[in-house]
Design a protein around this ligand. Structure first.
Ligand code: ZN
Length: 294
């Protein structure tokens, strides 16, 4: 099953991904209209969706990817994990972590799957990432049970302004990765049962068609179940919470010479079995001009 958010309302995506249908309307108000309430009732919702007879061609709307928001647009908590692929830790010259290095991407950085990315500086980097959405309150959950707490998976980009991220005496991961548009996600959430193996998904990032990152989520140091175990040992994970799971090798900042995004670049992110994100880079405020205060 695939669900998405369109203009603030939760929608079901047809199996052939050509139509969508409003969940609140299709369920006669039982679920939705917003994503939060769907995740709050996730088990009941999945049960209903499995048995509901939905005629997408009759009652649905043709899918337009540019209208979509992130599958969980207003999570109460967003976690992001650093150094979670062996090859990326190697290129960064850092030891493999013994527990997942964790920061956040603030909600003001969230964006849908297709759009523009305003560059605030000349050192903005790409990071293709698998993103997890939680479907059930998870508190001290062991890895063996973790998948039953996951609503589904989506694709994400952890765009990163390396200048701000690495300036100063202590790194500013959360702030440097939270400019507007720095957390595009989508195009939809795919439930774990849709994958032959949800822990082995191809992941790729292309800039202007050139492959920059190509790996598999089986290369994660901390798998999705490991992350649920580690994070839920510290605090409860809540329905709709979002986890950016880390990026594989091939980011721009560790290339020799370093390479960063510039105006006109097209960044495409693909996760097998989920879909694609596409951002076109434009010059943002602060880059080459003063921001005007009204
Ligand atoms: Zn990242």
């Amino acid at each position: 099953m695939r669900i998405a958010t369109r203009r603030g309302r939760s929608v079901l995506i047809s199996p052939d991904t050509t139509f969508l249908i409003d969940i609140a309307e299709a369920s006669h108000g039982r679920f939705g209209p917003g994503a939060r309430s769907v995740y709050e009732a996730w088990s009941d919702f999945v049960e209903w969706a499995r048995h509901a007879s939905i005629d997408f061609a009759e009652g649905g709307t043709p899918l337009n990817l540019t209208e979509l928001d992130p599958p969980s647009p207003e999570p109460r908590q967003t976690f992001a994990i650093g150094l979670n692929y062996r090859d990326h830790a190697d290129e960064s010259g850092l030891d493999y972590p013994s527990s997942p290095p964790t920061f956040t991407k603030f909600a003001g950085s969230f964006a849908g799957p297709i759009g523009e990315l305003a560059l605030p500086a000349a050192t903005v980097d790409w990071e293709a990432e698998l993103v997890v959405v939680i479907g059930r309150r998870a508190e001290r959950v062991t890895a063996a049970w973790a998948w039953s707490y996951v609503a589904g998976l989506t694709a994400g980009q952890d765009f990163s302004e390396r200048g701000l991220q690495l300036a100063g005496p202590a790194p500013q991961f959360s702030l440097g990765k939270s400019y507007p548009g720095f957390a595009p996600q989508g195009p939809w959430l795919v439930t774990p049962d849709e994958f032959a193996d949800p822990e082995d998904l191809p992941i790729e990032c292309r800039v202007n068609g050139e492959v920059m990152q190509r790996s598999s989520t089986k290369q994660l140091i901390f798998s999705v179940p490991d992350l649920v175990e580690h994070l839920s040992a510290v605090l409860p994970l809540l329905p709709g919470d979002v986890i950016f799971t880390g990026t594989p090798a091939g980011v721009g900042g560790t290339r020799k010479p370093p390479r960063f995004l510039k105006e006109g670049d097209v960044v495409e992110t693909t996760i097998g079995g989920i879909g694609d994100l596409r951002q076109v880079c434009i010059d943002g405020p602060g880059k080459g001009e003063q921001q005007v205060t009204p």
